[in-house]
Design a protein around this ligand. Structure first.
Ligand SMILES: [Zn+2]
Length: 220
């Protein structure tokens, strides 16, 4: 499959997309959707049978989907063409050289919104600080992901103008969505990152499900 370079000097992104679509590529990559024109062009390219990969800034996968939906003048086309939205946030990893087991305090449990019995099997850890991690307790990064796969109930919810709160509930009930916070919480419960780090970096919309339930949903 030939790779068609998209950008040359003197060529606007609008012109580049029009020219690319005429070359009939299998996959079109749009670096970032910044305005309604690009949103419309991406949807039109997807409607004509191209696989379109793109990025845009949003708080989480559902906010991203709603943002794209409101940028497209024919919102139902977005609902029909988007197949998946992946959100990610980077978290600092616990330094493996100075990691020690960490017992959650009652305050931690309150801040996470969990009961102690929901943590069965979890093994939290925290770095003590050493020369490898410049005495921070963290070294390298790990991503927390949220993968939203659109199914009919989610598409219907979008077209009916449901709120992000309602769509998030539909996603959790029908698509097995694991939220960013739940994925971060699962990684903290494996000792990969810390409770402090997920509370600092990830949005909490609902209480996370138990460690065992998340392990089942994530196929572990
Ligand atoms: Zn260390």
């Amino acid at each position: 499959m030939p790779v068609i370079p998209a950008i040359t000097t003197k060529l606007s992104i609008e012109d580049a997309i029009k020219h690319m679509a005429r070359q009939d590529p299998d996959v079109i990559v749009i670096g970032e959707i910044k305005d309604t024109f690009l949103a419309g062009a991406a949807v039109q390219a997807a409607l004509t049978g191209h696989k379109v990969l793109t990025t845009f800034h949003a708080e989480d996968s559902i906010s991203g989907l709603l943002r794209l939906f409101t940028m497209d003048s024919d919102g139902f086309l977005t609902a029909s063409t988007v197949s998946c939205v992946v959100a990610q946030r980077l978290l600092r990893r616990v330094c493996v050289h100075c990691a020690r087991p960490y017992e959650l305090t009652p305050m931690d449990l309150r801040r996470i919104g969990c009961e102690f019995d929901q943590m069965a099997g979890a093994a939290f850890s925290k770095g003590q600080g050493c020369s490898h991690c410049r005495y921070t307790g963290y070294r390298k990064r790990v991503a927390a992901f949220e993968v939203l796969v659109l199914n009919d109930p989610v598409r219907d919810g979008l077209i009916e103008g449901k709120t992000s709160h309602q769509i998030r509930r539909i996603c959790k009930e029908t698509t097995g969505l694991v939220t960013l916070f739940e994925d971060g919480f699962y990684k903290a419960a494996l000792g990969i990152t810390t409770v402090e780090e997920i509370l600092r970096c990830l949005p909490i919309f609902h209480k996370p499900r138990s460690f065992g339930e998340l392990a089942r949903l994530l196929g572990k």
